[in-house]
Design a protein around this ligand. Sequence first.
Ligand SMILES: [Zn+2]
Length: 71
Amino acid sequence: MAKGKSASLRGLGAKYGLKPRKKFTAVHRLLKTKRKCSECGSSKFGREAVGIWTCKKCGFKVAGFAYDVKI
Ligand SMILES: [Zn+2]
């Protein structure tokens, strides 16, 4: 049975087995989630580096977690 591959699974391929791939997918999805800047409300808010989250519109910078930010 041919199953459609999720786009977010790309980049890891069939390597590493199922468990890490599932983890990767969950983390990747969390990472790519659109977030709103708490300063200007723009959705251009994203991770700049591990633990550093910035808004590309107003430059608002906040320290958060590696893959997610809770503000
Ligand atoms: Zn902003």
